[in-house]
Design a binder for this molecule. Sequence first.
Ligand code: HEM
Length: 396
Amino acid sequence: MVTTTRPLDLADPGFWRLPEEERLAAFRALRELEHPVRFGDAVNGFHALVRHRDVVEASRNPKIFTSGTGVTTPRPPRWVRTVFGDSMVNLDDPRHGRLRAVVSKAFTPRVVGRIASDVERLATAIADDVLATRPSDFVSAVAGRMPFEVICDMMGIPASYRPEVLAQVDHSTERTGGRFRVPGKNLRALARLQHVVGKVARERRREPADDLISALANAGLNARELGSFFSLLLVAGVETTRNTIAHGLHLLTVNEAQRELLTNDFDRHAAGFVDEVVRFSSPIIQFRRTVSEDYELGGHPLRAGDDVVLFYTSANRDEAVFDAPDSFDITRKPNPHVGFGGGGPHFCLGTSLAKQEITVLFRELLTRMPGIRSAGAPVLAPSSFDNRIARLQFTF
Ligand code: HEM
């Protein structure tokens, strides 16, 4: 078992650059303590929720554990919220409930049906291109392509706008969580993204099409709500799924027995595989909540105004819930991971879409390129927010 002798500070960006084994050992030590530990300074400090049961309790109690001050760490300055509007992830009821209901309604059977055929078609096109051009980086050629194209199709982003949108998605999260501040480059990228979405929305108000932008632009969302919702969809839906797919290939490469299980009976193990990749890699590392009134969590007093950070990455390795939590096991049953959130009103809206994309893509890849494997260690982009693989060499 790896132990760490360095001072442990989850609020220090340096912690997120430590090797993974050291970070996992630190979380293991924190889970053994009786109470959550507080990290950081008076302004951006937080209590770290590292146990599965604490993350679930906070997620399912939104009256006490609120999202309205923003869910990323550190708290974004007020002006950022004013300029960029609020996306649903940063809202509490009643505004959150209203927005989520409108958005969920926009996923009509026609839109969902079209997405399913888009996902199949895209998986085939991605495999065709890989076989024809033999690229070396799995992230740009495969993992990132699927979720980006699917979300653009779903929203109705015209092909001519896509290269710019993709560049802005990358820039908008480039350093999130790495430096514990909101860099100007991220903000400029978000502003650009909102500008493009606003332009398409104006076109769709004049001439509606069968896509999400038309549905929402004509369902009463104002320009700011629309802009921030689509930035959220692009960032939340692309980045996370891309990282899960890249982690998936690498995990199958370094766990040969699990790979055999999956390839011998794909349909039987596909769902277990996807859930286990999400548990094991925790593509979103953490989200924050602010406590609305004094509250006791597992016997630990919290004060109104305190921030708590829900470390999904730690809850997903909690030995109180998972046997052999550090083993990658696609037959794990049940697998109550919190990679898509711990339940409650903010639970990931894109769960079934992400699962569908990952399943269809791996079925296509493993069938048409049975020898596909990562080559060497993934190049990681250290962050306290998302478990991002920047580049992954591969062979087939
Ligand atoms: C494997 C891929 C994904 C992972 C690991 C993931 C993870 C998460 C997590 C941890 C949350 C916060 C849950 C909470 O606070 O309780 C979340 C929220 C959200 N996700 Fe995902 N996500 C993924 C894919 C997607 C996709 C494909 C989409 C879009 C189509 C999406 C859209 C959203 C939205 C809109 C929210 C905010 C929901 C709300 O505040 O009501 N996600 N996701």
